[in-house]
Design a protein around this ligand. Sequence first.
Ligand SMILES: C[S@@+](CC[C@H](N)C(=O)[O-])C[C@H]1O[C@@H](n2cnc3c(N)ncnc32)[C@H](O)[C@@H]1O
Length: 243
Amino acid sequence: MSPSSPQQFWRALRGWWREQAREKGAGGTTSPLIRNLWAFVRESTPERRRQRYGDMEYDWEHRVNTTSGTVDWRARLLGLFHSPYQPTDPALFQEMMASLPIEFDHFTFVDLGSGKGRTLLMASEYPFRRIVGVELIAELHRAAEENIRVYRRLTQRCVQIEAVCADACEFVFPETPLVLYLFNPLPEAGLRRVLRNLEQSLEQSPRPVWIVYHNPAMDSVLATSRALGSTGGTEQYSVFKNL
Ligand SMILES: C[S@@+](CC[C@H](N)C(=O)[O-])C[C@H]1O[C@@H](n2cnc3c(N)ncnc32)[C@H](O)[C@@H]1O
């Protein structure tokens, strides 16, 4: 289906509406709707569009397209109803990876909400066993696939990279040790579903899991898990591991 086909667009909006109605009751959906539409108008000013190109340096250097500046208006509108696309800063990514005391080659890197795939490319500079990105919005997923195709560097240490277009809440985790990367892809209800899936997966197949949570707005949700414990981080990210 085309990335921003009307069917996909309306299906995603309906999903968002149902989720809001479940959380807040039918009357509680109008003000978030107006808030999101207003945010969309604000984000569409020429000034804000120019600002989005501020994340281009990585793309110039690596000849890829991961900027939020070129995301089309339908994907941006959908993003406001899910989680707006914004790529991870490369220096911060390196810092987050450096905080993991692991042997990378035992682990699969999974980015839930992988957008245009910048983290998948950056993770490929580490000797991960495999790399998987899961993205809901088809336009972003297609950009990730193209980026994976063109990204070739002598420094690359993992070439098993896969981009999947799917809802992160329904993702079935690979049965290998995991580094799970989250850059705020989900609202609270979605994050709880991911956590439940992960806990079930760990019960069925116990293995080491590290979670790197960038911009940890809902740390408290992960902290409720009996399977996980916090191992540190900074204001910009939190790290959890299973116990
Ligand atoms: C802040 S961006 C992070 C992009 C990427 N992980 C990075 O760090 O460069 C969050 C991404 O999550 C995606 N997203 C939102 N809800 C999702 C869902 N239910 N399943 C999969 N992806 C989702 C958004 O479309 C967006 O691309």
